[in-house]
Write a protein that binds this ligand. Structure first.
Ligand code: SF4
Ligand code: SF4
Length: 178
C-alpha cells in the first residue's frame, strides 16, 4: 500500500513538473495590428488581446532596416508572459518579404542568440535596483550593491536600457550591449 502511495505521489510530482515546464516553454503565435503606445510596439488582436512586443532594442532594429508602421498587420511567434510577448520571429503582412528573425525560441530556448550581450558597467551603477523588477526574465540581481546580468537568462529585450511603463531605463546609463 505504501509503495502504491509513493508511486502515486511521484507520478503527480512528475506531472506537476511537466506542466510547469510546458507552461514556461510554450511557443505561441499571434496575428494582429501594430500600434505604438508609450514609445513601444503593441500587437492588438482582433478579439481584443493586447501584447507588448519585446523586440530587440531599437538600435538593432534600425541596423536591420526593418520597416514597421502603426496599422501594419503582423504575425509574431515567440514566448508570452502575460502581456509581454518575447518575439522570436515576426512577419509584416502589410509589406513584402519582411520576415524578421530575432531570436531562436522555437524549442523553448530563451537564451540570447548572440546578437549582443548586455553588460552592467559596475563603475557607473549606483545600486538603485530600479532595473531589477522590470526585467521580464529575472536576469538582473544585485551583487555587492551592483546590478549583474545573467546572460543565460537575458533575452536582449532592451527594457533595462529603454525602460518599460514607469521605469524609464537605467537612470545613469550603466547598462549597454557589448
Ligand atoms: S538601474 Fe542602473 S544604476 Fe540602478 S541598479 Fe540597475 S544598473 Fe545599477
Ligand atoms: S537584462 Fe535587460 S535586456 Fe536582458 S532580459 Fe533583462 S531587461 Fe531585458
Amino acid at each position: 500500500m505504501k509503495k502504491l502511495l509513493l508511486i502515486l505521489v511521484l507520478a503527480s510530482l512528475a506531472m506537476a513538473a511537466l506542466a510547469v515546464f510546458t507552461e514556461d516553454m510554450e511557443y505561441l503565435g499571434y496575428t494582429g495590428v501594430l500600434k505604438e503606445r508609450g514609445g513601444h510596439w503593441w500587437l492588438h488582436e482582433s478579439y481584443g488581446d493586447s501584447l507588448r512586443l519585446l523586440l530587440a532594442p531599437q538600435a538593432k532594429l534600425d541596423s536591420l532596416e526593418y520597416v514597421m508602421a502603426a496599422g501594419d498587420t503582423v504575425s509574431v511567434e515567440g514566448f508570452r508572459e502575460k502581456e509581454l510577448f518575447l518575439v522570436g520571429k515576426m512577419w509584416n503582412l502589410s509589406r513584402e518579404a519582411s520576415m524578421l528573425w530575432l531570436r531562436w525560441l522555437d524549442y523553448g530556448n530563451l537564451s540570447a542568440n548572440s546578437l549582443s550581450s548586455y553588460n552592467v558597467d559596475a563603475s557607473k551603477c549606483i545600486g538603485c535596483r530600479l532595473c531589477v523588477a522590470p526585467c521580464p526574465m529575472g536576469a538582473i540581481t544585485m551583487v555587492k550593491g551592483k546590478a549583474v546580468i545573467d546572460l543565460e537568462k537575458c533575452v536582449e529585450c532592451g527594457i533595462c536600457i529603454e525602460g518599460y511603463g514607469k521605469f524609464k531605463g537605467c537612470p545613469v546609463r550603466a547598462i549597454a550591449p557589448k
